[in-house]
Ligand binder design. Structure first.
Ligand code: 5AD
Ligand code: FES
Length: 344
């Protein structure tokens, strides 16, 4: 019965609310779902896996998201900010490792002016014209997004986290709203960025109806990239006693996403690699086609802990590159060294 649903989801790229809820809820073996998702992934992307070099350039954040380890209220985090030169050094290392996309991610703060961000972006584009630059700096005014785009940024990542506004309010402090998050996402799209959004699986108070809402919102947004990860607790947050999300449910959501959004760039995230030693390989086999190895300087990696036990905090950029190369090969896929733009 569920197999019939999965086949129909693959063919129609959609199901009714009730049917999607059934898929999400039922405790079935996910191997058929993963196999169908892998089929679709191969139709669109073959066995290619794209890599994005991730530079976590500052953990300074003005927000206080209840799930996040670098939230403002966490006084035990040593705050850091890399200089433009340090960020460029990370990209040079990444370029030598043949990465052709750099993702600049930070907490949300006004530490860097828009002018500084633009200067960082244009320096990278000048030195590496064959590379894509992705920004992930959170919610900003529309004009800032326009400036970043004009400076040469190609893509922007901003997960919506949950598409249910009541649930959103349970995960975030009162100043933040789903409405504003959506405003940002639609503006980014309108400006011309390739946009990535996504959500966490297994956050406190999450129900399958919330996950359904996430899928429906993504259908509205039609993002190029969809990043999802398992919720993992962090010891210095209000959610420290909540159970971690489930690997199985995260994998199931990856497969459903691949069937609904065949063209999407879907990463097998660090969170997935943290829930299970082979979580990222399982993510690839469930339909994911992107990996985001860390390029941040070793000295700062342990200060960018969004959740406990994050992997790759002691490995250098080249160690991660080697590790991923082997993991991808063993899983039956192949890393390709290009920008990895969306194939719509
Ligand atoms: N567990 C899992 N993912 C998290 N993120 C932030 N905190 C956590 C956590 N505790 C995710 C959010 C954010 C991305 C950068 O990391 O979805 O958008
Ligand atoms: Fe970083 Fe494996 S990817 S050590």
């Amino acid at each position: 019965m569920l197999e019939e649903l999965v086949v129909r989801l693959r063919e129609a790229r959609d199901l009714s609310d009730a049917e999607l809820l059934q898929l999400i809820d039922e405790d079935q073996d996910i191997s058929f779902l993963a196999q169908q998702a892998d089929l679709v992934r191969r139709e669109h992307y073959g066995i290619d896996v794209y890599v994005r070099g991730l530079v976590e350039f500052s953990n300074i954040c003005k927000n206080d998201c209840l799930y996040c380890g670098i939230r403002r209220s966490n006084a035990s985090v040593g705050r850091y900010h890399l200089t433009e030169q340090q960020i460029l050094e990370c990209c040079r290392l990444g370029y030598a490792l043949n990465y052709r996309t750099f993702v600049l991610q930070s907490g949300e703060s006004a530490y860097y002016s828009d002018q500084q961000i633009c200067s960082i972006v244009s320096s990278i584009k000048e030195e590496f014209p064959d590379c894509a630059v992705t920004l992930s700096l959170g919610e900003k005014p529309e004009q800032s997004y326009r400036d970043y785009f004009r400076a040469g940024a190609d893509r922007y990542l901003l997960r919506h986290e949950t598409a249910d506004s009541a649930h959103y309010a349970m995960l975030h402090p009162s100043g933040m709203s789903l409405g504003n998050r959506k405003r940002c996402l639609f503006q980014l799209k309108e400006i011309g960025f390739q946009v990535g959004s996504g959500f966490m699986v297994g956050t406190p108070y999450q129900t399958s109806r919330h996950l359904l809402a996430d899928l429906r919102f993504l259908q509205q947004l039609q993002p190029d990239m969809i990043g999802i990860g398992t919720f993992l607790h962090h010891k210095d947050t209000p959610f420290k006693s909540f159970p971690d999300g489930s690997l199985q449910l995260t994998l199931k959501m990856i497969s459903i996403l691949r069937l609904m959004f065949p063209y999407a760039l879907i990463p097998a995230t660090t969170a997935l690699g943290t829930v299970s030693p082979f979580g990222r390989e399982m993510g690839l086999k469930a339909g994911a086609n992107v990996l985001m190895p860390n390029l941040s300087p070793l000295e700062v990696r342990s200060q960018y802990l969004l959740y406990d036990n994050k992997i790759c905090t002691a490995e250098s950029g080249s160690a991660c590159a080697n590790c991923l190369h082997n993991r991808v090969k063993n899983a039956g896929y192949q890393i390709v060294m290009d920008r990895g733009d969306v194939r719509k």
